[in-house]
Design a protein around this ligand. Structure first.
Ligand SMILES: NC(=O)c1ccc[n+]([C@@H]2O[C@H](COP(=O)([O-])OP(=O)(O)OC[C@H]3O[C@@H](n4cnc5c(N)ncnc54)[C@H](O)[C@@H]3O)[C@@H](O)[C@H]2O)c1
Length: 309
């Protein structure tokens, strides 16, 4: 199949591109390189430097490439920025997604894989691990906008657009940008390697569910066979890891004795979250494989090669 991956020059999208190519698909990337990088682009993929807000340029890409599937990773991914500039977040995450949905219908794309967030749509959990039936109460503009696209897809199902939604937990691994606001494995690793202090927002007890990037890339490959499901699937270990635990694991992997500093919790962030992926296991045959210790080792080795030369 020919798959158009938006955000394919970014952290997760670039691993998804690699996984699709390894599975024998042809890949076309659309990315405006706002946070993505040229060096992340797999040379076996066709690259179009196009903004998903530019409907006409996108239309030309669809016309030229005639993709079978769209896998939509491009997004404004910074929760804090979404609170500071809700309109920008809505433009990129809602209008940009609507452009892709409308063009997918116009060009008779067979299906749409949409990347949502399990970490930001459910709000403060009523129970853990959170499943797909948990109520949706996002605390951030980012969470609201990411989730709204799930409704857009539901509406468009009536007009024949098949889709699947993957709700990611916290993803980590090689190529994550340490200058982002949320990739703590990337941020802490590079800070420790440079000998600078790491800041933990809150008292270190906040929890997240960490999945290695190649595991979620594989979920996208499996999703291609279930594109008619028109349902949402959580991905995760169903296991909470505290901010301090992740810091400690990184410091152990890098063999440093640094201590973090603590600052006040940030607006729009939940205290605790982890996601059960039982539904994805049953329907997609997906489960995470790379244990945290192994994943942290792989990620820190990557940052060592980049920041210890
Ligand atoms: N990183 C995580 O832990 C996590 C968790 C849940 C969901 N997600 C979702 O996964 C996806 C990928 O996130 P990531 O962490 O790889 O971030 P990223 O910033 O590395 O990737 C986003 C990509 O989208 C591109 N992009 C942004 N705006 C664009 C636009 N207007 N037009 C075209 N391209 C544009 C960027 O250049 C970048 O390559 C996003 O949809 C995000 O919401 C990520």
């Amino acid at each position: 199949m020919k798959i158009l991956v938006t955000g394919g020059a970014g952290f997760i999208g670039s691993h998804v591109v690699d996984a699709f190519l390894e599975a024998g698909h042809n890949v076309v990337i659309v990315d405006n390189l706002s946070t993505g990088k040229k060096e992340n682009i797999n040379p076996k993929a066709v690259f179009h430097k196009v903004d998903i807000l530019n409907f006409n340029d996108l239309d030309q890409v669809f016309e030229k490439e005639k993709p079978d599937l769209v896998d939509h990773h491009a997004a404004q991914v910074d929760v804090r920025k979404s609170m500071q500039n809700p309109i920008l977040d809505a433009e990129i995450n809602m209008i940009g997604s609507l452009n892709l949905i409308e063009l997918s219908k116009k060009h008779k794309v067979k299906g749409f894989i949409y990347i949502s967030t399990g970490g930001a749509i459910y709000g403060e959990p009523k129970y853990l691990p959170v499943d797909e039936n948990h109520q949706i109460e996002p605390l951030s503009q980012y969470g609201v906008n990411k989730h709204t696209v799930e409704h857009f897809l539901f509406i468009n199902k009536q007009q024949g657009l098949n889709y699947i939604v993957l709700r990611y937990p916290n993803i980590y691994g090689p190529r994550q940008d340490p200058s982002g606001e949320a990739g703590v494995v990337a941020i802490f690793s590079t800070q420790m390697l440079k000998g600078s202090k790491s800041v933990i927002f809150g008292d270190g007890s906040k929890t997240r569910d960490y999945v290695y990037v190649k595991d979620v890339a594989n979920a996208n490959v499996l999703a291609c066979d279930h594109i008619n499901s028109c349902e949402a699937f959580n991905l995760g270990w169903g296991k909470e890891i505290t901010d301090f635990e992740i810091y400690d694991q990184i410091r152990t992997a890098l063999n440093v004795t640094a201590e973090p500093v603590y600052d006040k919790k940030r607006l729009g962030e939940v205290d605790r979250i982890c996601l059960t992926s039982l539904k994805a296991q049953k329907t997609l045959g997906w489960q995470p494989n790379v244990e945290l210790k192994e994943g942290i080792k792989l990620a820190t080795e990557y940052y060592k090669t980049r920041f210890c030369v």
